[in-house]
Design a protein. Structure first.
Length: 461
């Protein structure tokens, strides 16, 4: 048996392939070699230095003659495919080739169509996001699967055009709340009783449509880069300009000083720990989910810094929040439960506070002030502006994304400046809040002199 090197591959004489002969082939120390079958032309075993061996079929497409480029098909690993099955497959493919077919090209076309199927593409996209350590990768793909035209296992990416996706976005915008049947099980007199009731569940709306449009645009760009579709159907899409009527009808607001005082007092009357949780939102301006997931280990007892981990922060950036004395008092008075890492614990063992809608409705009713938890974030930001805090510093305190060049070159955390701004806001809130005499456990906010930096200009709101 002799070897001939061709383009890095060692080709050996033909032999009558048997299972024993194939397994007896030693792995080459360098390069690869092929042992051809003497019974079927173009059929052989390809051997790698790693010891792996696969059945292959080498052929020229029909009609091209000897000038046609040879093509090679892999028929399976010898550990998974028996010699007889591989020979049978090779004979079948050779018959197709004689009839003018090109099985290798057909196989690649099938693989391309399979990869471009929407459900497969979304699975690959999720893997891509996780490799890049994108926060909430699973949630992003889950929302894409929820709102994409379906069924997603029967749609190819190239078939999604602008008209189809635009109609889908319009439908999401028109949806708001739908009735969902929910089965409940209760125990009555020792017997299990099942009942079905309808609950309201949000399935769409303008916010959901805007979020889907953003996430889908990024996904389609990825798909184009992978060659799964020819063009992004959302390329060039521009959001319509907001009209004056829409501007005046926007939801969300900042609370007035009088409302801050009322809400602060009402927080003492709602079920614990919701009141203190709302007060912390007001004092720090952080997002409701990020605050709800605050853990005891996230707070540095020495510096008083609350670090929101990248995996919790909405934008995927770890964020340091300086806690004032008042904020620390709110945190420190929360009870600690075994096996629960969260400062504001939920009703279930080891869970964080949740069910905001019901709790917030109770607080709004008690206070008589209509507001959302995100309005507290707006109140914090507006308050910093009125107190003369620099806009860039205020945005940093909210963990908002900075301009690209600033983000790249300016890595100064400005911890001292942010702490002073937080103290300034806490002092202002303290000037509004007077705890009632009959509530000894109410957290008082003490007036203190706060050192000022050049970028802070104390004014009255």
């Amino acid at each position: 048996m002799w070897f001939q090197k061709k383009g890095g591959v060692f080709v050996v004489d033909k032999a009558n392939l048997t299972e024993e002969r194939i397994r007896a082939i030693a792995a080459p120390s360098a390069g690869e070699y092929v042992l051809w079958d003497s019974k079927i032309s173009g059929f052989g075993v390809r051997c790698f230095p790693s010891g792996r061996k696969v059945f292959i079929l080498m052929y020229r497409p029909a009609g091209g003659g000897r000038a046609a480029t040879k093509r090679r098909m892999t028929l399976g690993d010898i550990e998974k495919v028996k010699l007889g099955a591989a020979r049978s497959a090779a004979q079948t493919y050779l018959g197709q080739i004689a009839g003018g077919a090109d099985p290798q090209a057909d196989r690649k076309a099938v693989a391309r169509r399979d990869a471009a199927r929407l459900d497969r593409a979304l699975e690959s996209y999720e893997t891509h996001l996780k490799k890049r350590h994108v926060v909430h990768a699973e949630q992003i793909v889950r929302n894409l699967k929820r709102y994409m035209p379906g069924p997603i296992d029967q749609i190819d990416l190239p078939s999604i055009d602008r008209q189809l996706i635009a109609a889908r976005i319009a439908k999401i915008e028109e949806q708001s709340v739908a009735d969902t049947a929910m089965q409940k099980t209760s125990k009555t007199s020792g017997a299990l009783k099942k009942s079905v009731s309808k609950v309201k569940r949000r399935v769409g709306g303008p916010g959901a449509a805007a979020d889907f449009r953003t996430k889908a645009h990024t996904f389609f760009n990825w798909a184009v880069g992978r060659g799964l579709m020819y063009a992004n159907p959302l390329a060039g899409w521009r959001r319509e300009r907001i009209t004056r009527a829409q501007m005046t009808g926007r939801t969300g607001r900042a609370l007035s000083d009088a409302e801050i005082k009322i809400v602060w007092g009402a927080c003492e009357k709602v079920a614990k720990p919701y009141g203190d949780y709302v007060r912390l939102l007001l004092l720090t301006g952080q997002r409701r989910t990020e605050a709800s997931l605050l853990q005891w280990d996230d707070i540095d007892a020495g510096t008083g810094i609350w670090t929101i981990p990248a995996g919790v922060a909405k934008n995927g950036r770890a964020h340091a929040v300086p806690l004032t004395v008042e904020a620390r008092l709110l945190v420190d008075r929360q009870p600690r439960f075994a096996e629960n890492p969260y400062v504001f614990s939920g009703r279930n063992k080891g869970s964080a506070i949740s069910n905001w809608s019901k709790r917030q409705g109770e607080l709004v009713k008690l206070s008589g002030v209509s507001f959302t938890l995100h309005d507290l974030r707006r109140t914090f930001r507006s308050g910093l502006r009125k107190l003369g805090v620099d806009s860039e510093l205020a945005e940093m305190m909210l963990n908002h994304a900075r301009e690209e060049l600033i983000e790249i070159y300016d890595r100064e955390p400005k911890t001292d400046e942010r702490r002073e701004a937080a103290e300034l806001w806490a002092k202002h809130v303290g000037s509004l809040v007077e705890p009632p005499a009959d509530a000894p456990n109410v957290i008082p906010i003490h007036s203190r002199s706060t050192p000022q930096s050049p970028h802070l200009r104390a004014t009255s709101i």
